[in-house]
Design a protein around this ligand. Structure first.
Ligand code: 5GP
Length: 361
């Protein structure tokens, strides 16, 4: 099946987890020559495919060494957007953790600045990223339905940014991220994510910042239940975020609460299998949630780290759960209801999916 051509929305993608292997190897070779790292050690880690959750977080520490630089952040942002657009992702919420790094003059604000530069640097496709710009002229191709003069449609993608709070961070650092998101709202930052190693940190540390984010009208999504932690899962569900990611280690009671609250779940199949969070696809909670008609979105998580793509994730879902083209089109269309964007954007995305589906007949 051709999932590549199907218009898709990607709602759970970490910037530094979505970097092309070729870019990581190139960056590693430059740092190797400078003597900052030993290239052969790094190459081995980058090329390795199966990783436990613990190894994944070790890999992120390595990736962060390779991408520590404003220029590199701009470059990877541009490449990641182009990669998603090239497989017909028409709406992308890209999440990333703003980082302070005094030694290279990086602040959370300047990190985000480098990300926003990356969005503007995209040339392969047209990007719409300013949520509140109603003036079409102020933004190049703010409508995805625009066509070029020649009549051939250029690829277009909506991009929104979520700022991640890393579970290693303090309440103050988390609050700084939320304030930065508020400051950059007009530039495409629409929400907050909580991520990072799930065995690190406590809910009470992040709660004040997440509460503030919600009070200020930012959208919130939480990595929830990646490891068994009933107390935290309960606190997270009580918080009622707009979406959660993963939901792998839920117990009966927690499923009940989740379903009664209808909180959409971002499903990352390859990620869950590669990290051994779920033993195999035939026991994945996707099936139960899908059959219960619970709101679901198929996502990549870290297309670079897990060597996957959104098309591949759709392909896996189709094969593992016996879903046909119609069903996955319906799933893609339903996902649009859970994007962190206004009704105008949702309407346009639905039109795009509908018109692609019509071509199936
Ligand atoms: P960044 O925020 O640096 O752009 O993207 C990488 C970061 O995303 C990681 O350091 C980690 O905090 C977070 N991340 C990526 N994948 C996962 C995942 O599967 N689970 C969790 N909890 N966090 C992740």
């Amino acid at each position: 099946e051709d999932w590549l051509s199907m218009p898709k929305v990607e709602l759970h993608a970490h910037l530094n987890g979505s970097v092309r292997d070729s870019t990581l190897l190139e960056l590693a070779s430059v740092l190797g020559e400078k003597g900052v790292i030993v290239f052969s050690d790094v190459e081995h880690v980058i090329r390795k495919n199966d990783r436990s959750l613990t190894e994944v977080f070790r890999l992120f520490d390595l990736i962060h060494i390779l991408t520590t630089d404003h220029k590199v952040i701009t470059r990877i942002t541009k490449e990641v957007i182009e990669d998603f657009a090239s497989e017909n992702v028409v709406y992308l919420e890209l999440r990333t953790t703003p980082k302070n790094n005094a030694s290279i003059g990086m602040s959370k604000r300047s990190y985000l600045g480098a990300v926003l530069e990356g969005i503007k640097a995209v040339t392969a496709v047209d990007v719409a990223f300013r949520p509140h710009s109603s003036d079409v002229g102020s933004q190049k191709n703010s409508s995805l339905i625009n066509h070029t003069c020649s009549g051939s449609a250029r690829k277009k993608i909506y991009v929104r940014i979520l700022l991640s709070i890393d579970r290693r961070e303090t309440t103050e650092a988390a609050m700084e991220t939320v304030k930065l998101a508020l400051e950059m709202r007009d530039l495409g930052v629409v929400g907050i994510d909580l991520s990072g190693n799930p065995i690190v940190g406590e809910w009470v540390t992040f709660f004040p910042a997440l509460k503030f984010a919600r009070e200020q009208g930012l959208y919130v999504t939480l990595h929830c239940g990646e490891v068994p932690n009933p107390k935290e899962i309960r606190a997270m569900l009580d918080f009622q975020p707009q979406r959660i990611g993963h939901a792998c280690c839920f117990e009966e009671e927690e499923w009940k609460t989740l379903k009664s609250l209808s909180i959409p779940v971002e499903i990352c199949l390859t990620s869950n299998i590669r990290t051994n969070t779920i033993p195999s696809l035939d026991v994945h909670h996707f099936a139960d949630l899908y059959n219960a008609k619970h709101p679901l979105v198929i996502c990549t998580d870290d297309s670079g780290v897990f060597s996957t793509s959104l098309s591949n994730e759709y392909n896996l879902a189709a094969a593992a759960f016996g879903l046909g083209k119609r069903e996955l089109f319906q799933l893609a269309r339903n996902s649009i209801d859970f994007v962190f964007a206004d009704d105008g954007v949702k309407r346009e995305l639905k039109e795009i999916v509908n018109s692609a589906e019509k071509k199936l007949d």
